[in-house]
Design a binder for this molecule. Structure first.
Ligand SMILES: [Zn+2]
Length: 111
């Protein structure tokens, strides 16, 4: 009989074979749920389902994808965000050019 704190199904039972040939039960905490996208809530690929203590021993490159917003946004949301910001930048540039041209043409008309 395990000690009372371990007599719960909230802990995972892992059967381990000892060097002496006995099988013992290890009581481990369960895996956390998958990491999710910050925008759409879909599970993220490339992020391991490990407890923080186990994540500490992993190299950084194995903790999340090495693209921008890796481990925070999914690829679809990242694509949307990037397209949106680039379009906004392009529109701002175009507006600057249009404003400078209208100023030039008005200045040319006055002189
Ligand atoms: Zn997403």
């Amino acid at each position: 009989m395990p000690r009372p704190a371990l007599r719960t199904r909230s802990r995972r039972r892992v059967y381990r074979r000892t060097p002496g040939g006995r099988t013992v039960i290890h009581y481990e905490k369960r895996k956390p749920g998958p990491a999710r996208c910050g925008m759409c809530g879909m599970p993220l690929n490339g992020v391991p389902r490990l407890r923080p203590v186990e994540l500490r021993n992993l190299p950084l490159s194995q903790k999340r994808p090495e693209r921008m917003f890796g481990g925070v946004l999914c690829v679809r949301c990242l694509e949307k965000v990037l397209k949106k910001t680039i379009r906004e930048q392009v529109i701002a540039e175009l507006e600057k050019i249009i404003a400078s041209r209208t100023q030039q043409s008005s200045a040319a008309a006055e002189s």
